[in-house]
Design a protein around this ligand. Sequence first.
Ligand code: 6PG
Length: 240
Amino acid sequence: MSSVVHISQTPVLVAKNVAADLANSVKRGIPFHIALSGGSTPKLLFDYLAEHYRESIPWGDVHLWWGDERCVAPDHPESNYLMTKESLLRGVILPPGNVHRIKGENDPEEEAVRYADEMKRTIPMKDGLPVFDLIYLGLGTDGHTASIFPDRMDLLNESAVTAIAIHPESGQKRVSLTGPVINHAAKVAFLVTGEGKAEKVSEIFEQKDGSELLPASHIHPVHGDLTWYLDRPAATSLRF
Ligand code: 6PG
C-alpha cells in the first residue's frame, strides 16, 4: 500500500486536484465503481466535476455508490444522495442503473442487507469482499469516517460489508460500509479541508497517543493506495 498526501491552498484547488486524478483513473469501456462520501468537502468536488468534466470522463462506465447514507428519504435535506443529485448529477449523465443509492427511506436493517447484496452482485469480488475502484472518505472532527464513529470501532473489523450506525450526537441512523470493505478498495482518498480538521489530521499522521481511538486512523488499504487530499488549513499542524 502506498500513501500519498496532496496539499492544495484552497478547498476549490483540492476539488480541482481530485477531479484531475479521477479523470486519469476512469478508463473508457471499463466499469469503474466509486463509493462517494457525504459532507461539505465532497460537494465542492461534485460541483467541480459537474462544471468541468461533463465530457472528459466516460460517465457511462462509472457506477456511483455511497460509503454511507443517512436513514432519511432521498429528498430529505440531510440525504447524501440528494446532495450528490443536486451537485454532480445535475451536470453529468449516468445510466440510471449505474446510480446505486442507499435507500434511506427503507428499514435500515433491511436496507443494509439489500445494499450489500447489490454490491456483491455488481462489483468484482475478491476474498469475499467487493473491490471498489475508488472510495472517497471525509474526516469528522471526532475522527470518524464514513459513518464509523469512535464508539463503534468494531465496525472496522465487521465481517458484514454494511452496518447500521448511529450518529453519537444526533442519534440519526446511518447505513455505512464497514472497515474491511473500505480497506479492500483499490484506492481510498480522504478529502479533508478546513482548520477544524487540522488537529485530527495531525493526530492521525503523527500517530499521536490516542490516535488509535480514531476510526479514520485505521484506514489502510490492504492491497490498494491511500491518498490524502488536504487544503493548507487542514494540513497546518503537519510537520514535513
Ligand atoms: C457523512 C459523511 C461523513 C463526513 C464527515 C466530514 O455522511 O456525513 O460520510 O463521514 O465525510 O462528517 O464531513 P465534512 O467534509 O462536511 O466536514
